[in-house]
Design a protein around this ligand. Structure first.
Ligand code: RET
Length: 268
C-alpha cells in the first residue's frame, strides 16, 4: 500500500520520525532491562533476558524499516512531493511480520516466568503459545500480500489469523487469572494492568492489517506506522517494565535483597 502514493513532506517526515522514535525507544529500553536484571531474584531473571532478546530484534527491524522508508522515496522539487523513484527499493511491512514471529513467542513465554505455575503447566502453555502465536503471524503474513490486490483473500487470511489470536488471548487471560492467585496484592494489581495493556496493544496490530480497507490514502500510511509504533512500545517495552515490576515486588516479598552497592563508609 505504501508504494502507491506520493507523500507531502509532512507525511513523509512523520513516518520517518515515528520509525526513528520506535528504534530509539527499543535501544533505551534495552539498557533498562539489562540494568534492572539484578534487582530481581535469580528465578525471575529469564523474563528480563527475554525482554533483551525482544529489544535487540525490534531495534534492528525498526532501524531497517526506517532506512527502507528513506530509500524508497525521493523529493521531487517539481511536484513538492516525495515520490517513488524508478528502480528504488519498495517499502514493505512484511519484515515486521517476521520480527513478530520471534517477538510474539518471547513475549508470551516471558510472563510464564513471573506468575506462579507448575513446570508441567508452563511447558504445556509454552507449546500452545508457540503454535498459536506462530500460526497467527504466518497466516497474517500470507494475507498482507493481498492488501492492494485481493480484499477477499486479505479478509479470509485475516479471519484465520484472528482464530489463533483469540486462542492466544484466551490462554493469556487464564495465565494472568490463575497465576495471580497467591501473589502479593500489589503484584496482583499490576498483573491486572498487564491484562488490559496486553488486550489493547495486541488489538492494534490487526488494526494496522486492515488499514488499507479503512483508510487507503497517505493518511492511512502515516496512521499505520503510528499505530504500529504505539503498539510496539506498549506490547514490548511497557509490558516488560510491568513484568519487571511484578518480579521486583515478588522478590522483595520473598526476602531477596537487591545487591547492595559497596560503600567506603560501611567498610565493605
Ligand atoms: C494479524 C493479521 C490479521 C489478524 C490478526 C493479526 C494479529 C497480529 C498480532 C500481532 C502481535 C504482534 C506483537 C508483536 C510484538 O513484537 C497477524 C495482523 C489478529 C496480535 C505483539
Amino acid at each position: 500500500m505504501e508504494n502507491l502514493f506520493s507523500y507531502s513532506p509532512m507525511a513523509y517526515e512523520m513516518v520517518s520520525h515515528v520509525l526513528t522514535l520506535g528504534f530509539a525507544v527499543m535501544l533505551a529500553a534495552l539498557f533498562y532491562f539489562i540494568l534492572t536484571m539484578r534487582t530481581v531474584a535469580p528465578r525471575y531473571r529469564i523474563s528480563s533476558v527475554l525482554s533483551v532478546v525482544v529489544m535487540v530484534s525490534a531495534f534492528l527491524i525498526l532501524y531497517f524499516q526506517q532506512t527502507s522508508w528513506v530509500n524508497a522515496f525521493q523529493f521531487n522539487a517539481a511536484t513538492g512531493l516525495y515520490e517513488r523513484i524508478g528502480d528504488a527499493d519498495t517499502f514493505s511491512n512484511g519484515y515486521r511480520y517476521l520480527n513478530w514471529l520471534i517477538d510474539v513467542p518471547m513475549l508470551l513465554f516471558q510472563i510464564l516466568f513471573i506468575v506462579e505455575i507448575s513446570r508441567r503447566q508452563r511447558n504445556n502453555l509454552r507449546n500452545w503459545f508457540f503454535f498459536s502465536g506462530a500460526m497467527m503471524i504466518l497466516t497474517g503474513y500470507v494475507g498482507q500480500f493481498y492488501e492492494t490486490t485481493n480484499t477477499t483473500a486479505l479478509l479470509i487470511w485475516g479471519a484465520i489469523s484472528t482464530g489463533f489470536f483469540i486462542h492466544v488471548l484466551f490462554l493469556i487471560r487464564r495465565v494472568i487469572t490463575e497465576g495471580s492467585i497467591g501473589l502479593p496484592a500489589e503484584a496482583a494489581k499490576v498483573m491486572n494492568v498487564i491484562w488490559w495493556l496486553f488486550l489493547v496493544s495486541w488489538m492494534l496490530y490487526p488494526g494496522g492489517y486492515l488499514m488499507p480497507l479503512l483508510l487507503n490514502s497517505e493518511a492511512g500510511v502515516v496512521g499505520r506506522q503510528i499505530t504500529y509504533t504505539v503498539a510496539d512500545i506498549s506490547s514490548k517495552v511497557i509490558y516488560g517494565v510491568l513484568l519487571t515490576q511484578v518480579a521486583q515486588i515478588r522478590s522483595k516479598a520473598e526476602g531477596f535483597e537487591a545487591e547492595a552497592i559497596p560503600s567506603y563508609a560501611s567498610g565493605d
